[in-house]
Design a protein around this ligand. Structure first.
Ligand code: ATP
Ligand code: MG
Length: 418
């Protein structure tokens, strides 16, 4: 017997059913917001992620599945979608003609982190990226979209939205200096990771989950109190539009993004229902990322959410049933098997979900199967019925049974299903 690789998992049964419901709700919602799909490669040159995600991030420092291909190319399984989509946007010159582009993607991501409940080495994300405008109404729309995805996937009441502004190149450097001075004074009270972050990525310390660090940072200066005029105006506008879109949110002053090219709006959707894995989705505005990956200076904003976590939340709420057939056809070998197959074809041409038991065992066994299948109708093609050109239809809800002309059967079932 073979076992799957550590941190990877199989998804089937009721989880797959919940998965399908969530993905379907996502697709519909993306289209409602006028986003088009972008299907991206799962493998990219490692450099795309090193540059696009940043070499001081956890992802690039220790979580990438990176390896050398047989021809010597350094490649990596994608740990996220943003760097890939920006690479594709630049490579395909999608900034010509200059207009706003709204994309969504869905698919597996790979990060070599410590597997634990709700944290896998292959997990799935859905996300969006919008290029071409820094208008605050777009920030609000993108946050509204994330919120709507939760509502439409059926978990709207299990999540909350937090937003923040992390400033821009005009106001952030001055703030960062104040922060660094404060943190240096308290460096002896910080965890090991954060002592390292002091030189490389001080704002990330605000985000540390360690209790000691939280004690230090609770008194630290925050970006929100040091925004420049433009950033204040942008943030105020975003909040107004969020009110207009009807999105409920709270401001979390401690939310940060580790990288320089993130500006202004940052947001996270969180839950209290999944233990320590409380992040469901996160996003923010980035200027300079397109340029960093070789394109012109074009602003962007996006988010990524964890599909696995959405599905876990939905499953906490309800048992999502697997799809059931509309019709179960019972036939008998060398009597009605060929007619039954023909019926299957007719039903399926009409989109009526149909199945039969190809082993065609005794009537009683097939009836039991039909029952277990949860099909709404069971059709019995016995010798007597066949001779008269009829089929016996049992309504599994009411228990009632009727004879119907075989050539009228698809219309009959369509009508009944409504
Ligand atoms: P975390 O703080 O949980 O590590 P992150 O900051 O690494 O999250 P992002 O890179 O922002 O997460 O990814 C967006 C979403 O993808 C997360 O909010 C989460 O729902 C999901 N996600 C990230 N890593 C994993 C994982 N290893 N397993 C399952 N879901 C994940
Ligand atoms: Mg992570």
């Amino acid at each position: 017997m073979y076992r799957k690789v550590k941190g990877f998992r199989d998804i089937f049964g009721s989880e797959a059913a919940a998965w399908e419901r969530v993905e379907r709700a996502f697709r519909d919602t993306f289209h409602t917001f006028s986003f088009s799909e972008f299907v991206l490669p799962v493998l990219e040159r490692t450099e795309v992620f090193n540059r696009g995600i940043g070499s001081t991030t956890d992802i690039v420092e220790k979580e990438m599945f990176a390896f050398e291909d047989r021809d010597g190319t350094q490649v990596a399984l994608r740990p996220e979608g943003t760097a890939s989509i920006v690479r594709a946007y630049v490579e395909n010159k999608l900034f010509n003609p200059p207009e706003v582009k709204k994309y969504f993607y869905m698919g597996p991501m790979f990060r070599r982190e410590r597997p634990q409940k709700g944290r896998f080495r292959q997990f799935f994300q859905a996300g969006v990226e919008v290029f071409g405008t820094s208008a605050p109404a777009l920030d609000a729309e993108v946050i509204h979209l994330l919120d709507t995805l939760a509502v439409n996937a059926g978990i709207g009441d299990m999540v909350t939205m937090e937003i923040n502004s992390i400033g821009c190149p005009a106001c952030r450097p001055g703030y960062q200096e104040k922060l660094l001075n404060y943190l240096r004074e308290h460096s002896s009270e910080l965890c090991e990771d954060c002592v390292r972050r002091l030189d490389r990525n001080p704002m990330r310390i605000l985000d540390c989950k360690n209790e000691k660090c939280k004690g230090v940072t609770s008194e630290a200066p925050v970006m929100l109190d040091h925004l420049c005029g433009d950033c204040v105006e942008h943030f105020d506008n975003v909040k107004e539009y969020l009110d207009d879109f009807g999105v409920e949110y709270s401001v979390n002053k401690m939310m940060v993004r580790g990288l320089d090219y993130y500006v202004r709006t940052a947001f996270e959707m969180v839950t209290t229902s999944l233990g320590s894995q409380n992040a469901v989705g996160a996003g923010g505005r980035y200027d300079g990322l397109v340029k960093l990956l070789g394109g012109p200076e074009i602003p962007g904003i996006g988010f990524a959410l964890g599909i696995d976590r959405f599905v876990s939340l939905l499953m906490l709420k309800e048992e999502v049933e697997e799809q059931k057939a509309d019709v179960f056809v019972i036939a008998f070998k060398d009597v009605s098997d060929r007619k039954a197959v023909q019926l299957l074809r007719w039903f399926r041409e009409k989109g009526i979900k149909t199945l039969m038991d190809y082993d065609m065992r005794a009537m009683k066994k097939q009836m039991k199967k039909a029952d277990q299948s949860g099909a709404r109708f069971t059709l019995i093609l016995g010798e007597d019925e066949l001779e008269k050109g009829e089929v016996s239809v049992k309504d599994m809800h009411s228990g009632g049974q009727e004879l119907v002309q075989i050539d009228k059967i698809t219309d009959y079932i369509s009508d009944k299903l409504g």
